[in-house]
Design a protein around this ligand. Structure first.
Ligand SMILES: *Cc1c(COP(=O)(O)O)cnc(C)c1O
Length: 392
């Protein structure tokens, strides 16, 4: 759909945009400009002159339409782990008489780790209840303060029904926090219609803003002026430059800011968001389903050793397809050596992301061809492909 706007190295088929999006070509000049014309020439005056200070809200407003939210409800900053902590802490404050945080085993570990860490800092005894993704609904009750879920399971690609779970949680008076790490830029998200209190997500996965790009946080409009940000940093103060001794949160989504934003990475994010101008997320979704179905059909026909882990029904799947194989790690390493980049998730999952902005039918067919050859000729069965690197 927009392949010419990305730098994809020659000879590479990139099926890992669900983990780190490729570089939008325009990011080079945009970051360069921020380095030389802004930081270089304007020095500290760039906070005003180049508008750095207001970028977190401006970029939030650009992300909002991609997740079905209105302007003034999204702000960027920090990493997703931090934003999870912030939203969860604010959610717990809203239900002081309850003591359960409900999540599922499909959640990304850092979300659960952040919850564990947060609980330890609180006087009250909270229980982090982690159930299987299909059991979440059955565990909703009036003890549950917060339901904290990632919409698309990072390992299997299983997609939660946001609308239905949110309204069921609300029937019980539970606060809802969605992690959109694998949703934003992958499929249409309708936050406002689904009505959760909070949502958070990444910009370096499907939004292609580069390694370490800041996360975003959404707060429902009616709560923006009442949530208590546990991470009460100066950038979220109503007037950071009055340097008051006491914290007073901003009367806008800016209260969810913490400290100094990553200016260079925001420049890359700004360029990455230009790519989305005029793109319809329903077209992206339709193409992602088409490419994923083609991949599943061809892989099952040609690589019988691989077992589909993702839901077969595309309506229940995000924009990635996972298969399992006992030698998954070595197969992925061999695939990378042959120019097809996917990734591996312990213990035996081969994961492939389908990102229609820069992946097309030819890429899928070529990737399957190479995968078939690696499996039938056992090309993966070499020591060099079995050595575990730090990052898988
Ligand atoms: C990728 C991902 C993260 C990453 O968090 P960082 O703090 O940005 O490293 C967190 N949660 C989910 C659900 C993810 O998919």
């Amino acid at each position: 759909m927009k392949k010419d706007l990305f730098h994809i190295p020659n000879g590479i088929i990139y099926l890992d945009g669900n983990s780190l999006g490729p570089m939008p070509t325009a990011a080079v000049a945009r970051v360069q400009q921020t380095l030389t014309a802004e930081w270089g020439e304007m020095l500290i005056t760039a906070w005003n002159k180049a508008g750095w200070f207001h970028q977190p809200g401006i970029l939030g407003d650009r992300i909002a339409p991609l997740i079905g939210a209105q302007a003034g409800t999204v702000v960027i900053g920090d990493t997703l782990s931090i934003k999870v902590y912030q939203a969860l802490a604010a959610s717990l404050k809203m239900r002081p008489d309850r003591n359960v945080i409900l999540s599922d085993t499909g959640n990304f570990p850092t979300d659960l780790y952040m919850a564990e860490g947060l609980i330890k800092t609180l006087d009250k005894q909270y229980e982090l209840k982690v159930v299987s993704p299909t059991d979440v609904e059955a565990h909703l009750n009036e003890q549950v303060a917060v339901m904290m879920l990632t919409q698309v399971d990072y390992r299997t690609g299983r997609l939660h029904d946001m609308q239905s779970l949110t309204s069921k949680a609300h029937v019980n008076g539970t606060v809802v926090l969605w992690d959109l790490a694998h949703s934003a830029g992958a499929l249409p998200v309708e936050l406002e219609r689904c009505n959760p209190e909070f949502a958070v997500g990444c910009t370096y996965k499907y939004l292609n803003a580069g390694p370490g790009a800041p996360a975003f946080i959404y707060t429902r409009p009616d709560l923006i002026e009442v949530v208590e940000p546990a991470l009460s940093g100066w950038m979220g103060h109503e007037n950071p430059f009055s340097f008051d001794m006491d914290y007073v949160p901003a009367a806008s989504i800016e209260r969810m800011r913490v400290g100094t934003p990553p200016v260079l990475q925001m420049a890359a994010l700004d360029a990455a968001l230009d790519v989305w101008e005029g793109v319809s997320l329903s077209d992206v979704r339709a193409n992602s389903i088409r490419l994923s179905e083609l991949f599943i059909t061809e892989v099952e026909k040609r690589c019988a050793d691989l077992t589909l882990l993702s839901p077969r029904d595309s309506a229940q799947r995000g924009s990635q397809v996972s298969f399992t194989h006992p030698n998954g790690y070595a197969i992925i390493q061999a695939l990378i050596a042959y120019g097809v980049i996917g990734d591996f998730r312990a213990p035996d999952v081969l994961r492939f992301g389908f990102t229609p902005l820069y992946i097309d039918t030819d890429d899928v067919m070529q990737a399957v061809e190479i995968l078939e050859k690696i499996i039938t000729d056992k090309l993966w069965d070499q020591e060099q492909y079995k050595l575990r690197a730090t990052v898988t």
